[in-house]
Write a protein that binds this ligand. Structure first.
Ligand code: CO
Length: 285
């Protein structure tokens, strides 16, 4: 067993997204354009409505999956497939944009804390233009492994004998929300060929001898074992892993394809109203 090092650390900064929402972006910045199979990671977290109330009004996607995990607050999702759902605290949503989705994600609250993550997971060429779909997962469907000083919520993958309810057929994504206290050490064996990262959103931690501050994004290095300990009273992070697709990635905003021609096609399709099969009445309410 070789313990994975903290190979690359990005101390994230706040950027403004959507209609003016403050997020900490890590993957998808000049410091880390992408991390195959992951294309973007945003952490939104604020108790100031001015930083989230504008939300993410109607916008398109093509060529990848979005996975949204809410820690606190309420967000309403509507899309061109006709889905309408409420993302509440602890719940999650997997959306395969495939050939094209237009959706909106708007806060369903006017004050209080709104906090969570959105991860973009690429699709292989063979699946980019397949039919889109959308799945919502209530907070209760995610199992939590608990032992002294440690709590692991399993969204995708398996921890000990606890298995998450979501499967990604293309990249075998693993996604845990982990909380540990100073007395315990988190350890997890991971196939060496998976890309993996930790994003620390509460407290301070140590990964293989390297100290990590809050809001740090850490690309894990070679090896087959993840080891994280808390340097503050407690620490909370997501551990995410996935199998690289190994294809060229050309991204233009909300479109992630394999080459420039496909990006131009996506832009033309969106402009001509052909990005989505049939646009359901989504924004009438
Ligand atoms: Co979106």
């Amino acid at each position: 067993m070789k313990i994975k090092s903290a190979e690359k650390i990005i101390q994230t900064r706040e950027v403004s997204e959507g209609a003016g929402v403050t997020v900490h972006r890590s993957i998808g910045t000049p410091a880390l354009r992408n991390l195959d199979p992951f294309v973007m990671l945003d952490h939104f977290g604020s108790d100031n409505p001015d930083e989230y109330i504008a939300g993410f009004p109607e916008h398109p996607h093509r060529g990848f999956n979005t996975f949204t995990y809410m820690l606190n607050g309420n967000m309403e999702h509507q899309d061109s497939m006709g889905n309408k759902g409420n993302l509440s605290a602890g719940s999650a949503q997997w959306m395969k944009a495939g050939s094209g989705v237009i959706h909106s994600e708007m806060p369903k609250q006017i004050d209080g804390l709104m906090r969570g993550f959105q991860l973009w997971i690429n699709l292989p060429a063979q699946a980019k233009m397949t039919e889109p779909n959308y799945q919502e997962y209530a907070a209760e469907v995610f199992p939590v492994f608990e032992e002294a000083g440690q709590k692991v919520k399993v969204l995708l993958g398996q921890y000990q004998d606890v298995v998450g309810p979501i499967n990604d057929p293309y990249t075998d994504v693993i996604y845990f929300d982990v909380e540990i206290n100073q007395a315990s050490q988190f350890e997890y064996s991971l196939p060496a060929d998976l890309t993996s990262f930790v994003y620390l959103f509460e407290g301070e931690a140590e990964i293989a001898g390297t100290e990590i501050k809050q809001h740090s994004f850490v690309v894990l290095g070679e090896g087959d074992k993840v080891s994280v300990s808390a340097k503050s009273e407690s620490a909370r992070f997501i551990l995410v892993a996935g199998r690289p697709i190994g294809e060229p990635i050309v991204q233009y905003g909300p479109f992630v394809m394999n080459n420039q021609d496909e990006i131009h096609q996506a832009m033309a399709d969106y402009r001509d109203g052909k990005l989505v099969q049939q646009k359901a009445e989504m924004m009438s309410a």
